[in-house]
Design a protein around this ligand. Structure first.
Ligand code: ACM
Length: 635
């Protein structure tokens, strides 16, 4: 008997050891269900991918083959095969109604892998999940500083998966700073690995018009260029009238077609945004007759031109709006949307509609006449008149219109989709009126905001930590869920001068967005998510993609004791971190005191310095906050 118990125990230990040696990383976004088996699959040196006849599946296989070859140096062959063919990896399209749109079933057995879906996008998403089961070296790209793994082993697994929302978006602003076609394509690549399916391309704004419109050449010959400035965008000195305008760029129509196809191959639709009637200075610099206010205009180069009084209504120092009372504006927009509609196959066009400063309209006779003629009671109704005219133009191109939530002001005609950004309330109101809604609220998904302590992040006027993004819930309790198409995070690039910083601001917060928009509400679990974030950091390292490590830095809050002494409370988003600190100006390390309870700031201290450690290794960054700054932060 003892012998039997011993043998069972030995087998059990063997099983534990064995299964621990097998990599069982789980993807972001978390699949609907994933069951790990006992055995393991080892990638053979000669890999065969069976695709069937579908040309999209062949394209997916081609890219997978390139990735395997780069990472492993193994031989990869793609075969059409038949329904019964065996291969290392088999793609199967079925009419199985149990697999929903974009969904897939991924079965990793000991000798082969099968991905089954009812449409090619499902196969694509199955491949993305499969790649996240392999060690991070699978993301190896030439030039990344990782070494190849030679243990291409994953545990046997069955994943059943499909998305919660049909709209899983990221918005990229290429107006404030320009990103090349290649940089946009690289961004699309990274998005697609995490199952985003919408790129909202913010193509026009006060700082640059970035899409070639052949019938309106000055939009890009004039509107795409500004003075090159570096520092804190929005605070720059006003350029001299003759200062060279060397910063900028635009996408030719050929570029656009290429990017659209590139995205389509990765199951991402692109929605173009032409932001009007506000945010239109670049267009007005090109065609000043589109303004209500005659004058000479220049593309904004990052100098202040709008004022945002706290608690008050914002206004423009110069008129950056298209004039709703000018018929030339609608002729102009007809030309623009004709070409835009031809370039983008997606059903929707975004017309912006946000933050229209109307202080110049107030003073314009033409607007007063329009109000009389059309019986418009106020400027909300003038704006609404404009939006309705734009909607008619967009619909005449066989496209549906989306706008930011300001399009509700003054009344909105049916069939427009509302993107709620000023919190969720615009989305809730829009859904009450029966409009489709995309939730994109500043307080949860504005990825231009700082993601850690202001003392250590590039300055932006607001903050948004990873945990808050993970808490985003796109469907408010009171709202018909059928009208919430999904959600989207927005990457405004005023303070993002290059693609490395763009990546830093996007990841890992876009991981959280991806999970919120794909995975079931009930499966959300912060600690589990963080484990997968950390695994995916290694993948980003292999892919040479930058990301922020702000999640490891302390969260600082300051209060006062007895109205005199400063009290600093420290927290972390991630568990199992030790915060070491000093008040004596020296740099703390693991031999310094560990934070356990709120700290009384010594009366004459000049700074607090702190850094987090995990397992005696530094993991956060050295944070330094002057006591004068702590005083400013007192709540
Ligand atoms: C916006 O952030 N102005 C839509």
């Amino acid at each position: 008997m003892k012998k039997i118990i011993f043998s069972i125990a030995a087998l059990f230990i063997l099983f534990i050891t064995y299964s621990q040696s097998v990599f069982t990383g789980l993807p972001i976004p978390k699949p609907v269900s994933a069951v790990h088996g006992i055995g393991r699959f080892l990638l053979p040196h000669e890999i065969t991918i069976i695709t069937g006849k579908n040309t999209e599946l062949k394209k997916i296989a081609n890219r997978l083959a390139i990735q395997f070859r780069n990472a492993t140096n193994y031989k990869v062959t793609i075969k059409e095969g038949t329904a019964t063919s065996t291969g290392t990896i088999v793609f199967l399209l079925t009419a199985d109604k149990k697999i929903p749109a974009e969904g897939y079933r991924l079965q990793v057995k000991q000798t082969s892998i099968t991905i089954t879906a009812s449409e090619p996008s499902g196969i694509f998403y199955g491949v993305q999940s499969l790649l996240q089961l392999f060690p991070p070296q699978i993301e190896y790209t030439l030039g990344s500083n990782g070494s190849n793994s030679n243990d291409w082993t994953i545990s046997t697994t069955t994943i059943e998966d499909y998305p919660r929302f049909a709209w899983r978006g990221l918005m990229l602003d290429v107006s404030r700073h320009f990103f090349t076609k290649k940089e946009v394509e690289d961004y699309i690549d990274e998005m697609s690995k995490y199952k985003f399916n919408i790129l909202h391309w913010h193509l026009t704004d006060d700082q640059g018009w970035r899409i070639e419109i052949k019938s309106l050449p000055k939009l890009t010959s004039v509107g795409a260029w500004r003075v090159d400035k570096t520092g804190t965008f929005g605070t720059f000195s006003t350029p001299a009238p003759d200062e060279p305008r060397t910063y900028g760029g635009y996408y030719t129509q050929e570029d656009i077609k290429e990017v659209v196809q590139y995205a389509k191959d990765r199951y991402i639709n692109i929605i173009p945004e032409i932001d009007i009637p506000g945010h239109s200075l670049a267009a007005i610099a090109a065609y000043p007759e589109l303004s209500c206010t005659p004058g000479n205009y220049q593309v904004n180069s990052g100098e202040q031109f709008m004022v945002w009084p706290s608690g008050g209504h914002f206004y423009g120092l110069i008129d950056n709006t298209l004039c709703p009372a000018n018929e030339k504006v609608y002729d102009f927009l007809d030309k623009v949307f004709t070409e835009v509609a031809q370039l983008f196959p997606f059903d929707y066009i975004h017309m912006g509609g946000d933050e229209t400063a109307r202080n110049f309209w107030e003073k314009t006779d033409a607007i007063k006449s329009l109000m009389q003629k059309e019986n418009l009671q106020n400027l909300d109704e003038v704006q609404s008149y404009f939006v309705k005219r734009v909607q008619a133009i967009i619909n005449s191109k066989k496209k549906k219109m989306i706008g930011w939530d300001e399009i509700l002001e003054g009344g909105l005609v049916p069939n427009a989709t509302v993107m709620s950004w000023r919190g969720m309330k615009g989305g809730i109101a829009a859904a009450k009126q029966g409009h489709e809604v995309i939730m994109s609220p500043t307080d949860f998904v504005y990825l231009d905001y700082m993601q850690g302590d202001p003392s250590i992040e590039p300055p932006v006027y607001a903050s948004l930590r990873l945990k808050k993004v993970y808490d985003f819930e796109p469907v408010p309790d009171s709202t018909n869920p059928a009208l919430i198409k999904g959600g989207q995070a927005n990457v405004w690039t005023e303070q993002m001068y290059n693609t490395r910083h763009l990546q830093y601001m996007t990841w890992p917060r876009a991981f959280a967005v991806a999970e919120v928009l794909w995975s079931p509400r009930t499966s959300r679990n912060w600690d589990d998510f963080i484990q997968r974030v950390e695994f995916n950091f290694n993948r980003l390292d292999m892919a040479n993609v930058k990301y922020s490590r702000s999640l490891y830095d302390p969260i600082v809050s300051v209060t006062k004791k007895d109205s005199v002494q400063l009290v600093v409370t420290l927290n972390t988003e991630v568990k199992d971190l030790a915060i070491h600190y000093s008040f004596d100006n020296s740099f703390p390390d693991q031999f310094y005191p560990v934070y356990t309870t709120p700290l009384l700031v010594p009366k004459d201290a000049a700074t607090i310095k702190m850094i987090t450690y995990r397992n005696d290794q530094p993991i956060g960054r050295m944070m330094v906050i002057p006591v004068a700054e702590l005083k400013r932060r007192v709540k």
